[in-house]
Write a protein that binds this ligand. Structure first.
Ligand code: GDP
Length: 670
C-alpha cells in the first residue's frame, strides 16, 4: 500500500491538520504527528465517512446531549457542595480591610469595629495579615484558608479570563525559541530569517532589538524569541511562564551533538515543548548528516528518516538553503497543535525582557498571549503597575494595539518587572496599583516560605509519604562523562513503587546558573560530582532554594539519595542552650558523689541534659547531668527560680558559685 504523510493528505483533501486528524480518529486511525505516514487509501475512507455525514451528525448530536446533561448534573452537585461548606473563605496572606469586607460580605465599618475590639486601629485601605484577618473572620463564623501562592493576580483576573474564554478563539502565530551549542549558528539563523522574511518597506525592516520579532512566511506569521540561549528560556519557565510553543535546536553539521545541544534537548524536554532540529552549516564541505542523526538518536531524539517523529531540517544560515523548509515545518507543527487565542477583550501576556532606561524609564518587552493590549491600558505585572504610555513594535513603529503572539515594547511601568512574569489589564490605574501592592506584600511573606515548596533530599521522604512527591528529579554535573553515566544508572535504580528517580539532565563541567534555573523550574535537585558551583550558581541556588550537593565519592552521592528516598537520611543535631544554674551548697552523699545544691537562674534544666561547668569564667567540666533532684526526688525538669540538686557524670570536683550551663542536642532541618 502506498503511503502518504498526514499533512500531504490534509493538503490533498483541503482540510486543516486538525480536521484531518479528527477524521482519521473517527475512522479509528491515531496518528502521532503531521509527519506520520498513513495508507493512501484512507482518503477514500474519509470521503465515505463524510458522505454518510447525516448519520454521523445525528450520532454526534446525541453524544453532545449526553455530555451536556452530565455537565449540568455535575454543576448542580457542585452547587450543593458549596452550600454545605459556605463558611469557608479563601483569603490571601495579606489583604486590605476593604478586601476582607468583600470576602466576608460584611460592611467595612463592622470589620473596623471588630478590629478595634481586638485592639487594632485600622482604616479601609490598611493591609492586615492572614492571622489578624482570620481572627476577624472567625468572629463572623468563617473558617479561613490561605489562597495558594502567586494567585493574587491569577485569582483577581480569573473572571476576566473566563469571560474571554467565552469568546471564540482564533488561530494565533506560534512562538518559537532557538537553542543549541555555542557557535552552531543560532544567531546567524535568526539573523537570516529576520533579514529575509520581514516584509520590505516596513520602515527598513527590524532595526531595533526588542527581544522578539514576528516574521511572515507563506502568508502566515511566526514569532521568534530573539534570545538564543537556555538561560533566558529556563528563567522564564522558572517563573511559571510557558510562552514557547516550539523549540528549534540548532546543531552544526560539521560539529555534531555537543554538551549544550544536550542541555538544550533536556531543557526543551523538561518543558514539554515540541522540538524541531535544524542541522546547520550544510554548505560546509565534509559535513555528515547521518552522524548528527545518529547522535540525536542516542539522545532519544529519533528523526523521521530514522523511523522517529522528530522533524530535522538541513539548513544553511549562510546560503539560506533549507530555511524556507524549516519555516514550513514550524508552521505545520503549529497548525497541528492548533494554537489559538482570543483576539478581543482585555489583554494578558508575559514579560520577555525588561530594563531601566535612563531616558525612557522602565522599558518592558511583553508578548501578548490573549486579548488585545491597547495604548493607555492600566496594567499590573507582579509588583509593578502603570499605564501603557507608549507601545512600540519590533520594527520600531509606535502602535496603538497589539494582539496574540505579538511582541511589543511598553513604557509606563512603575518598576522593572521580571522576565517571565504575567501582565494583566486591570479595571483602572488604582486597581492596578492596589494589586501590585498586594503582590509586593505577599512577596515578602512568600520569600520566607519559599523553601517549603522546593524539593530537597532532607524532607523528600515526608513528601513521598504525604503523596506530594512522586518523582525525584535530578540534575547531574560531573567532571567526566563516564561519571555521569555511572551515577545516572545507579540513581535510576533507586526508583521504587512510591517514587521514581528521574535524571532530567546530565552534563560535564561546573554547576552553572543555568543548571540551577533548570532545577528550579523543574523542581529538581542538583548533584555535582568532582565539580563545584560557580559563584553565580551558588547565589542563584540560595535565592531559588534549590538543593545543591557536591560529592567527591560516587558512593556517598548514591547513598544520600538512597537514604532520602527511603527516609533514612542521618539527622543533623545542633546544640541548644536551655538554661543556667548556680551551685550554692555542696552535699557529699556516700557511694553517689558530690551533689550541688543549686538555683536555676535562667531557662530550665532537664534530666540527662548536656552540661558545662565554668568557674570564674573558665570551663572546668563538660559532660552530662547524672541526676536532677528536687529535695529527694528525681525529676524531669526544674525551671528558673527553683532550687535543685545536681549530680554530674564522673565529676565531683564542684565548688560553690560554679555556674552550670545546660544544653540539649536538637535535630535541625538541613
Ligand atoms: P551561535 O553562537 O550559535 O549564535 O553561532 P553564530 O551564529 O554566532 O555562528 C558561529 C559561527 O558559525 C560564525 O562564524 C558564523 O558565521 C558561522 N556560521 C553560522 N551559520 C553558518 C552556516 O550555515 N554555514 C557556515 N559555513 N558558517 C556558519
Amino acid at each position: 500500500m502506498e503511503k502518504i504523510r498526514v499533512y500531504e493528505l490534509a493538503k490533498k483533501m483541503n482540510m486543516t491538520i486538525g480536521e484531518i486528524k479528527d477524521n482519521l480518529k473517527k475512522i479509528g486511525v491515531e496518528v502521532k504527528s503531521h509527519m506520520s505516514n498513513v495508507d493512501s487509501d484512507l482518503e477514500v475512507k474519509i470521503r465515505e465517512r463524510i458522505s454518510n455525514s447525516t448519520d454521523v451528525k445525528e450520532e454526534e448530536e446525541i453524544q453532545e446531549t449526553i455530555e451536556k446533561t452530565q455537565k449540568t448534573n455535575k454543576k448542580n452537585k457542585n452547587k450543593l457542595d458549596i452550600n454545605e461548606e459556605m463558611d469557608i473563605v479563601e483569603i490571601p496572606a495579606n489583604l486590605t480591610i476593604k478586601e476582607l469586607s468583600v470576602a466576608l460580605d460584611r460592611k467595612v465599618n463592622e470589620i473596623i469595629k471588630m478590629l478595634m475590639m481586638e485592639g487594632t486601629l485600622a482604616t479601609i485601605n490598611d493591609t492586615i495579615n492572614f492571622e489578624d484577618a482570620t481572627k476577624i473572620a472567625e468572629r463572623f463564623n468563617f473558617i479561613t484558608e490561605m489562597l495558594p501562592e502567586e494567585d493574587i493576580l491569577g485569582k483577581e483576573f480569573a473572571k476576566i479570563d473566563d469571560e474571554r474564554k467565552a469568546v471564540t478563539k482564533q488561530k494565533r502565530p506560534p512562538v518559537v525559541v532557538v537553542m543549541g551549542h555555542v557557535d552552531h549558528g543560532k544567531t546567524s539563523l535568526l539573523d537570516y530569517i529576520r533579514n529575509s522574511k520581514v516584509t520590505k518597506g516596513e520602515a527598513g525592516g527590524i532595526t531595533q532589538h526588542i527581544g522578539a520579532y514576528t516574521i511572515e512566511s507563506n502568508g502566515e506569521k511566526i514569532t521568534f524569541l530573539d534570545t538564543p540561549g537556555h538561560a533566558a528560556f529556563t528563567q522564564m519557565r522558572s517563573r511559571g511562564a510557558s510562552i514557547t510553543d516550539i523549540v528549534v535546536i540548532v546543531v552544526a553539521a560539521d560539529d555534531g551533538v555537543m554538551p549544550q545541544t544536550l542541555e538544550a534537548i533536556d531543557h526543551a524536554k523538561a518543558a514539554g515543548v515540541t522540538i524541531i532540529v535544524a542541522i546547520n552549516k550544510i554548505d560546509k564541505p565534509g559535513c555528515n548528516l547521518d552522524k548528527v542523526k545518529k547522535e540525536l538518536a542516542e539522545r532519544e531524539l529519533l528523526v523521521e528518516d530514522w523511523g522517529g517523529d522528530v522533524v530535522a531540517v538541513p539548513v544553511s544560515a549562510h546560503t539560506g538553503e533549507g530555511v524556507d523548509h524549516l519555516l514550513e515545518m514550524i508552521q505545520l507543527t503549529a497548525s497541528l497543535e492548533t494554537l489559538e487565542a482570543e483576539k478581543q477583550g482585555k489583554a494578558k501576556g508575559t514579560v520577555i525582557e525588561s530594563a531601566l532606561d535612563k531616558r525612557r524609564g522602565t522599558v518592558a518587552t511583553v508578548l501578548v498571549q490573549n486579548g488585545i493590549l491597547k495604548l493607555g491600558d492600566p496594567i499590573v505585572v507582579g509588583e509593578s503597575h502603570g499605564k501603557v504610555r507608549a507601545m512600540i513594535d519590533d520594527k520600531g513603529i509606535r502602535v496603538n494595539s497589539a494582539g496574540p503572539s505579538m511582541p511589543v515594547e511598553i513604557l509606563g511601568l512603575s518598576k522593572v518587572p521580571n522576565a517571565g512574569e504575567v501582565f494583566y489589564v486591570a479595571k483602572n490605574e488604582k486597581h492596578a496599583r492596589q494589586l501590585a501592592e498586594s503582590v509586593e506584600a505577599k512577596g515578602r511573606v512568600d520569600m520566607l516560605n519559599a523553601s517549603q515548596h522546593k524539593v530537597s533530599l532532607d524532607d523528600l521522604f515526608d513528601k513521598i509519604q504525604q503523596g506530594e512527591v512522586k518523582e525525584l528529579k535530578i540534575v547531574i554535573k560531573a567532571d567526566v562523562q563516564g561519571s555521569i553515566e555511572a551515577i545516572k544508572t545507579s540513581l535510576e535504580k533507586l526508583s521504587n513503587e512510591e517514587v521514581r528517580v528521574n535524571i532530567i539532565h546530565g552534563g560535564v563541567g561546573a554547576i552553572s546558573k543555568t543548571d540551577v534555573m533548570l532545577a528550579s523550574a523543574s523542581n529538581a535537585i542538583i548533584i555535582g560530582f568532582n565539580v563545584s558551583p560557580d559563584v553565580n550558581a551558588q547565589s542563584e541556588a540560595e535565592i531559588e532554594k534549590v538543593d545543591l550537593r557536591v560529592y567527591n565519592v560516587i558512593y556517598n552521592a548514591i547513598d544520600d539519595v538512597k537514604r532520602a528516598v527511603t527516609g533514612m537520611l542521618e539527622p543533623i543535631y545542633e546544640e541548644k542552650i536551655i538554661g543556667t544554674a548556680e551551685i550554692r551548697q555542696l552535699f557529699k552523699a556516700s557511694g553517689v558523689g558530690t551533689i550541688g545544691g543549686s538555683f536555676v537562674m535562667t531557662g530550665k534544666l532537664v534530666r540527662n541534659c548536656g552540661v558545662r561547668i565554668t568557674r570564674e569564667g573558665k570551663l572546668i567540666y563538660e559532660g552530662k547531668l547524672g541526676a536532677l533532684k528536687r529535695f529527694k526526688d528525681d525529676v524531669k525538669e526544674v525551671a528558673k527560680g527553683y532550687d535543685c540538686g545536681l549530680l554530674f557524670e564522673n565529676f565531683n570536683d564542684i565548688k560553690e558559685l560554679d555556674v552550670v550551663e545546660g544544653y540539649i542536642m536538637e535535630e535541625i532541618k538541613r
